[in-house]
Design a binder for this molecule. Structure first.
Ligand SMILES: [Zn+2]
Length: 238
């Protein structure tokens, strides 16, 4: 399929919250974008997995992605194993993304950092010719890690000021995750999404301040970036 950009995360709504503005901006720039959700978020306290799937599709449309898949791996039980790795790697081979966004490899929620590690390994084996997998070998050229949940210092940040309102709409497309029905009001297990959206908004302001704009999303690169012209390097430095 040859996607330009693929964002992968464990739960539907993670991509929206951590890199939704960047996904929107890249789609607006004419890039072919996609999202792969690893689980249906079935252990969440609000809404049903079916509702979340519908909401994810709607949020994907708002962000202008060309493809959104759900692998249906078990929520809260993600591990780095050969089966899950092969499942992700086959999607990588099929969608052929040039750049991939993953969750940061450390943090509080095991699903998030496990997904970061699992998908890094999947990107690697997807490029191995003799690894037993369907499809043709493909390895993304660039792997980025979304910084927002982990609150780490990003390598760079993307100005999403112009995309901010649309990102908010994409997040709030998950109606089942906030404003819970009466019988569900007592559940305090997970943060309601509207509260999470507010937190992520503060985070986006924080990264925005770091580059002198209103809102931004931060990304970490683990590999060393090869540059041929440091004078014409894109970006702005204060
Ligand atoms: Zn999550």
């Amino acid at each position: 399929m040859k996607l330009d950009l693929l964002a992968i995360a464990p739960h539907p709504d993670d991509v929206e919250l951590t890199s939704g503005g960047t996904m929107i901006r890249m789609a607006q720039a004419g890039h072919k974008t996609g999202i792969l959700d690893l689980t249906r978020g079935e252990t969440g306290t609000r809404g049903t997995p079916e509702m979340r799937l519908k909401e994810a599709a709607r949020a994907g449309k708002i962000m202008g992605v060309q493809v959104r898949r759900n692998l249906g791996l078990p929520d809260a039980h993600l591990t780095v194993n050969d089966d899950y790795k092969a499942a992700v790697a086959e999607v990588i081979r099929e969608l052929e993304p040039r750049t991939v966004i993953l969750p940061y490899w450390e943090g509080r929620h095991p699903d998030h950092y496990t997904a970061g590690r699992l998908c890094y390994e999947a990107c690697f084996v997807a490029g191995l010719k003799n690894y037993s997998l369907g499809g043709q070998p493909w390895r993304p050229s660039i792997i980025l890690y979304a910084a927002a949940y982990a609150d780490v210092r990003p390598t760079f940040a993307v100005d999403i000021t112009a995309q901010y309102e649309r990102r908010r709409r994409a997040i709030l497309a998950y109606g089942s995750q906030f404003n819970p029905p009466k019988h569900d009001r007592k559940s305090r297990v997970a943060l309601p999404l509207d509260e999470l959206e507010e937190r992520m908004s503060i985070q986006a302001k924080h990264y925005g301040r770091a580059i002198g704009v209103k809102y931004a999303e931060g990304f970490v690169m683990r590999e060393v970036l090869q540059l041929d012209d440091i004078v014409r390097m894109p970006g702005r430095y204060l």
